[in-house]
Design a protein around this ligand. Structure first.
Ligand code: FAD
Length: 407
C-alpha cells in the first residue's frame, strides 16, 4: 500500500506515526515544501538559549493525545511541568499590568445575572456578540477579547463563538447558561489528571525529530504539492502515485489546491524573542495579554523562563512577544516601560509568522462542512487532517490523525 502524506507539521508527522502503526509494511511518503519538518513547531537554540517559534505550552489536563504520543515515542523523560507561578496571568489595562484575578469583582454582577439571560437561538454569532449578550460589552472587551487574541490572534467581532469556543456555545445550548455549564463541567472533568502546563525539556522540536525517525516515512523536502489526483499527487512537477492521499496541509493551501475554498483566512503575527542576563522579570507568571481596546501593537507577552525555568539552566530571562508589527526596539521599550527591565538584551530576534493561525469566522462550521462534503465527492481518496478542522491546538491536530488511522 502506498500512502502520500502532504505536509510535515505535527498533523502530517502524527499521521505518519499512526499510519505506520496501522500499516506496518506500507510505503509512506511525506512531501514537505520546506527544507525542514515541524511546520509551526520549531525550536531554536541561540547562544545556548532555547526559544520556541510556535507552540510551547500545553495544558496537562487537556492534552491527552499529545502526552500519549510523547510517551509512545519514548520521550517521557523529557516531559517537564510548569512552575506554579505560571497559574498567574496578567492583563494590560489602561497602561498597567494587572493580575487577571483582580478582575474577578468586575465579574460578580454579570455572573449573577447570566443564568437568567435567555439562551440564543443556536445560530452562530461572533465571540463579541455572544459574550456581550451574556456577560455585557465590558467583559467582552476586557476579558474575552484577550482570551481570543491569545489563541487566534484575531478579531472577536469576526471570529465565531461556535467554532472558536465550542464549549461556551454548548454550555449555553445545553444548560442555558455559562455559569451552569462551567459548574457541571467541573464534575465531569474531575478525574482528568494533573493541572498546569507541560513541554519538552529540549523543546517541541524533539518530538518532531522522533516522529520523523520512528515513522520510517520517505521524507521529501522542498517538495511542493501542486495537484491532487485520484491516484496520487503531483509535486514539483513529478507524479507520486498513492492509494491514500492524506492532506495535513494548512487550510488555505488545501483550499487552493482543491479549488474548493479560496477565501480561507489565516492571521499573520510577529514573534519577537528577547533574552537578558540573569533573572530580571519583576513579576512571575505566565505573561500578559493586551485587550484590543488598548490600541497597542503588542498582542501579548509570554515569560518563557518563568514558566519553564528548567529550560534556562543559566538563569537567563527569556520572553516572547506576539506583535501585530515586528519591532525589536518597541519590544525592548515595552520591557522597560511596563516591566522596568532597563538592561540591554543579550539576544533579540523577530520573524513574521505568515498565515499562522486559521481564522474561524462566523459561519465557519457551515463553510467547513461544505468544503469537506465537496472534497469527498471530487477527491474520494483524499483524507483531510489539520488544524482548521477541530481546533488549532497541537493536541487537536494529533487527535484527528489518530482517529483517522486508529479509530
Ligand atoms: C506562534 C504560534 C504559537 C502557538 N502556540 C500554541 C501552543 O502554545 N499550544 C498549542 O497547542 N498550539 C499552539 N499553536 C497552534 C499549533 O502550533 C498549530 O495549530 C499546529 O502546529 C498546526 O500543525 P499542522 O501540522 O496542522 O500545520 P502546519 O504546522 O502549518 O504544517 C503544515 C505543513 O505543510 C507544509 N506545506 C504547506 N504547503 C505545502 C505544499 N503545497 N506542499 C507541501 N508541503 C506544504 C508547510 O511547510 C508545513 O510544514 C501555535 C501556533 C502558532 C503559529
Amino acid at each position: 500500500m502506498k500512502i502520500a502524506i502532504l505536509g510535515g507539521g505535527i498533523s502530517g508527522l502524527s499521521a505518519a506515526w499512526y499510519a505506520r502503526k496501522k500499516y506496518p509494511n506500507a510505503e509512506i511518503s511525506l512531501l514537505e515544501q520546506k527544507d525542514r519538518l515541524g511546520g509551526w513547531i520549531q525550536t531554536s537554540h541561540e547562544n545556548g538559549l532555547l526559544f520556541e517559534q510556535g507552540p510551547r505550552t500545553f495544558a496537562a489536563n487537556r492534552s491527552s493525545h499529545l502526552v500519549e504520543l510523547i510517551e509512545e515515542t519514548g520521550l517521557s523523560s523529557q516531559l517537564i511541568f510548569s512552575d506554579p507561578c505560571a497559574e498567574r496571568r496578567f492583563l494590560f489595562c489602561k497602561g498597567k499590568l494587572r493580575r487577571a484575578a483582580s478582575f474577578l469583582p468586575m465579574l460578580i454582577l454579570p455572573l449573577i445575572r447570566e443564568p437568567f439571560i435567555p439562551k440564543g437561538k443556536g445560530e452562530d454569532e461572533s465571540i463579541y456578540d455572544f459574550a456581550a449578550r451574556r456577560l455585557g460589552p465590558k467583559i467582552a472587551n476586557t476579558l474575552i477579547d484577550p482570551m481570543a487574541l491569545g489563541i487566534f490572534a484575531g478579531d472577536i467581532h469576526k471570529l465565531s463563538i461556535r467554532s472558536c469556543f465550542p464549549f461556551l456555545y454548548r454550555w449555553e445550548q445545553e444548560r442555558g447558561s455559562l455559569v451552569l455549564g462551567a459548574f457541571f463541567s467541573q464534575f465531569s472533568n474531575k478525574k482528568k489528571g494533573r493541572k498546569g502546563l507541560f513541554t519538552l525539556q529540549s523543546g517541541m522540536g524533539t518530538l518532531i525529530e522522533e516522529l520523523a525517525l520512528q515513522s520510517r516515512a520517505d521524507i521529501r523536502f522542498e517538495t511542493t504539492v501542486e495537484t491532487i489526483r485520484h491516484d496520487g499527487v503531483i509535486a514539483n512537477g513529478a507524479f507520486y502515485p498513492a492509494d491514500l492521499v492524506v492532506s495535513a496541509l494548512n487550510g488555505s493551501t488545501i483550499g487552493q489546491i482543491t479549488g474548493l475554498w479560496r477565501d480561507f483566512y489565516e492571521a499573520d503575527l510577529w514573534i519577537v524573542h528577547l533574552a537578558y542576563d540573569g533573572d530580571c522579570l519583576p513579576k512571575k507568571g505566565f505573561g500578559y495579554l493586551v485587550p484590543t481596546q488598548e490600541g497597542e501593537n503588542l498582542l501579548g507577552m509570554i515569560w518563557d523562563s518563568a514558566i519553564f525555568p528548567q529550560q534556562s539552566p543559566s538563569g537567563k530571562t527569556r520572553v516572547t512577544l506576539m506583535m501585530r508589527e515586528g519591532n525589536v526596539e518597541e519590544a525592548i521599550a515595552v520591557m522597560k516601560r511596563y516591566l522596568g527591565v532597563d538592561a540591554e538584551p543579550i539576544f533579540t530576534s523577530a520573524h513574521l509568522a505568515k498565515a499562522a493561525i486559521p481564522q474561524f469566522y462566523v459561519g465557519y462550521g457551515k463553510r467547513l462542512a461544505r468544503f469537506e462534503e465537496e472534497a469527498k465527492k471530487q477527491f474520494p481518496s483524499l483524507i483531510l487532517l489539520g488544524n482548521y478542522l477541530r481546533g488549532v491546538s497541537v493536541n487537536a491536530c494529533i487527535s484527528i490523525s489518530k482517529e483517522y488511522f486508529l479509530g
